[in-house]
Design a protein around this ligand. Structure first.
Ligand code: GYE
Length: 305
């Protein structure tokens, strides 16, 4: 399409900014920890944070960003719920002269580019997270091989890449088979419902890979309701590292969790300051993630959120 400007808008150097943070939803500890981290850092630095919660709707999140543009915020931090529907408002912010920093999820790079349309993406490498889960599985499967996969929100970069990374890894290990894979929307109750349905269709499944802890905890409830013992009959793997998830490792119900830090505040605001100072910002600023299994879950419990 036609664009008013082709370059990233600059950010004036100021002591205090009015910054938008358009949260996706607030239905799990990961989201709450992320919001708190952004609010705490803004308060610490004395910036005004315009906070919105899209309650799980990409349309509402786009409207929230549009209202931030109308309010004339200096910059916007956005975790795009899906990788395509938020692109038009990212371009609209750019054209309005407001730099956008994507945090925790990215958008489709054929539609918008870091370094051109938005400043950068700050977050985890989701392919790598899924690969680390696969590598742990190969060493710890103990003969288990039949997998049910619970996917995150359809169209979310975190879900797309956690599936791609895992599927690519499994494709190279013919002893494993993915029996079924379906979205549980990154939510505990949806994860429980989808696990229940898929376990009925595939009673021989002995591994569940969930794209986040909330769905893994839902799957544990589904397994227990079906009279199965999580961690024994079915090996469970997930991503995030919330306290209840890491506790489930200690309790022997989850096998391994690749951590995914929700604590974006310090890095997000430091990147904004660097940008205002004219420093070159890399298109991808990668978070380094921890990993939990029975060998360190107790010792490292303090880093769970
Ligand atoms: O893993 C999940 C959340 O986008 C990386 O979204 C994030 C994911 C996180 O709802 O729990």
């Amino acid at each position: 399409g036609s664009r008013a400007s082709a370059a990233l808008p600059p950010l004036a150097k100021k002591d205090k900014y009015k910054v938008g943070f358009a949260q996706t939803e607030s239905n799990n500890p990961w989201r709450l920890a992320e919001t708190k981290s952004m609010q705490d850092e803004a308060a610490k630095l004395g910036h005004q944070l315009v906070y919105t919660d899209a309650a799980g709707s990409s349309a509402k999140q786009a409207a929230d960003v549009n209202s931030m543009i109308a309010q004339g915020v200096d910059a916007i931090f956005l975790p795009p719920r899906e990788d395509k529907p938020l692109v038009p408002v990212i371009l609209a912010a750019r054209d309005a002269g407001i730099p956008v920093f994507l945090i925790d999820r990215d958008v489709d790079h054929t539609m918008a580019k870091p370094g051109e349309d938005y400043v950068c993406f700050i977050g985890s490498d989701f392919i790598e997270e899924a690969t680390r889960i696969g590598e742990w599985l190969v060493k710890n499967a103990n003969g288990k091989s039949k997998i049910i996969e619970l996917e995150g929100t359809t169209g979310a970069s975190a879900a797309t890449d956690r599936k791609k990374g895992f599927d690519d890894f499994i494709a190279k290990h013919s002893e494993f088979k993915i029996l079924a894979s379906q979205s549980g929307d990154f939510a505990r109750d949806k994860g429980r419902q989808v696990a229940e349905t898929l376990l009925q269709a595939h009673p021989d499944a002995d591994i569940i890979y969930a794209h986040n802890d909330e769905m893994a905890l839902g799957a544990i409830a589904a397994l227990e309701a079906a009279g199965k013992t999580p961690g024994k009959d079915v090996l469970i793997l997930s991503i995030d590292g919330e306290k209840e998830g890491v506790q489930a490792i200690i309790d022997g119900k989850i096998g391994a969790i690749c951590a995914c830090s929700p604590l974006f505040g310090p890095k997000a605001f430091a990147t904004m300051a660097d940008y205002a100072a004219g420093k070159k910002i890399p298109p991808f600023i990668k978070n380094e993630d921890a990993f939990f299994d029975a060998t360190n879950a107790k010792r490292d419990f303090a880093i769970a959120f």
